[in-house]
Design a protein. Structure first.
Length: 398
């Protein structure tokens, strides 16, 4: 009897435990749609532009070559310094050319004396021929002597002009204002006329920047001009912007002053040139030098209204650009767009595919998919340089 009671009590305890574990679990709360920040496109005036790469070049570049033969006796300039026009750079031994000039001057004096005698003889012959004292042949001889003496004087004067030039050419001066290169020869070396390169001088201000415009851009500009959307190019009036390698954006403003007359058939591009100022900065330093790599931004046409979104909101699928738009039912839509140039504030122009009232997903893009239901977090369109709680001015939110 005792054993049976213990067994019954144990069985009842086990059944009670099983019954307690079999109670229904509590109901879980339904999951919330993910929060996605969305913004309306920013509406503002923009200018279309195209970016290129280019190289700077000097407006004037001169090879300084010896114009007479001789030995270098003086080089009174500092290598790599800025020089002024007509500043002395080299001096070639002037003594042979000074002696040559002195000899020419002596010859000129001799010929002038001979000319005076010939003129006097001709005057006497003129009186004698009237009295028939001399023959016609003798008179012609006096006349010929007079003309020969005059020609000799002219020849001597021409030689003196040449000797004077040669003596001047022994002083090699800078033909322009600019920066001079190094010494290509040292003192005592023999230089040959019109052959020996002594140094180079390049101008500093202003500075050219050459870049190649592709053929589609060229056609785009010309069609816009034909349709009246863009004013025809006018030298020194059409703006162009430039940025250096260590600079953000394009802080240097210049003008277009040259467009080549033909397209390069090999590259399909045409050369364009801009002019930029290169003033002296602090410590006498100029920022630009010939041959520097630069970034060029070419504005195309006048300002026009456009829609802009932050560049990170635009994705690419096999070269096709698209954004995610959240509709009135908070569902994500795939929207293909055509994009334009990127602005300095990080916003990119959307040329087609968006409306001003669309809500564009600007964050959490890895979590959203087309057709997905989300919880939109409406905010102003973000821009580069704005604080986290600050959006672009002029954007709207509901």
């Amino acid at each position: 009897m005792l054993r049976c009671g213990i067994f019954v009590f144990f069985a009842a305890s086990v059944l009670a435990s099983i019954g307690g574990c079999a109670e229904a679990p509590a109901q879980l709360a339904p999951s919330q749609p993910p929060a996605v920040p969305v913004s309306k496109p920013l509406q503002q005036e923009v200018t279309d532009y195209v970016d290129f790469t280019g190289r700077t070049d000097a407006v004037q570049a001169v090879n300084v070559v010896a114009r007479v033969t001789g030995y270098l006796v003086q080089m009174p300039f500092k290598e790599g310094s800025e020089v002024k026009k007509d500043q002395l750079l080299f001096e070639i031994d002037p003594r042979p050319y000074q002696d040559q000039l002195t000899l020419g001057q002596a010859q000129l004096a001799t010929y002038k004396a001979q000319q005076q005698l010939a003129d006097a003889n001709f005057v006497r012959a003129t009186h004698l021929i009237k009295d028939k004292t001399i023959s016609e042949q003798e008179f012609e001889q006096y006349k010929s002597s007079k003309e020969q003496a005059a020609a000799q004087v002219q020849s001597a004067q021409a030689n003196i002009a040449i000797y004077t030039l040669n003596l001047e050419f022994t002083r090699v001066t800078s033909p322009i204002d600019g920066r001079v290169s190094r010494y290509y020869l040292t003192l005592g070396n023999l230089v040959n006329q019109d052959q020996t390169l002594l140094t180079t001088v390049v101008s500093q201000d202003p500075m050219y920047a050459y870049f190649d415009t592709d053929e589609p851009t060229l056609l785009r500009v010309r069609r816009a001009v034909a349709e009246g959307k863009i004013k025809p190019a006018v030298a020194n009036k059409n703006p162009v912007l430039m940025g250096l390698q260590d600079e953000d954006g394009f802080p240097h403003a210049g003008t277009i002053d040259f467009i080549n007359n033909q397209v390069n058939p090999t590259t399909g591009s045409i050369t364009v040139r801009g002019v930029f100022s290169n003033p002296i900065l602090s410590k006498g330093v100029r920022l630009l030098s010939p041959g520097m790599f630069v970034r060029i931004r070419l504005p195309i046409g006048a300002q026009h209204p456009a829609l802009l979104v932050i560049d990170r909101a635009i994705s690419s699928d096999q070269g096709l650009k698209y954004v995610y738009v959240v509709d009135a039912q908070n569902n994500v839509q795939y929207r293909r767009v055509t994009t334009g140039p990127l602005q300095e504030n990080g916003l990119r122009v959307v040329q087609s595919g968006l409306k001003s009232e669309d809500w564009v997903a600007v964050g959490a893009l890895q979590q959203v998919r087309p057709g997905m239901n989300v919880r939109p977090d409406q905010t102003a369109m973000p821009t580069l340089g704005a604080s986290p709680n600050e959006g672009a001015q002029g954007s709207s939110s509901e």
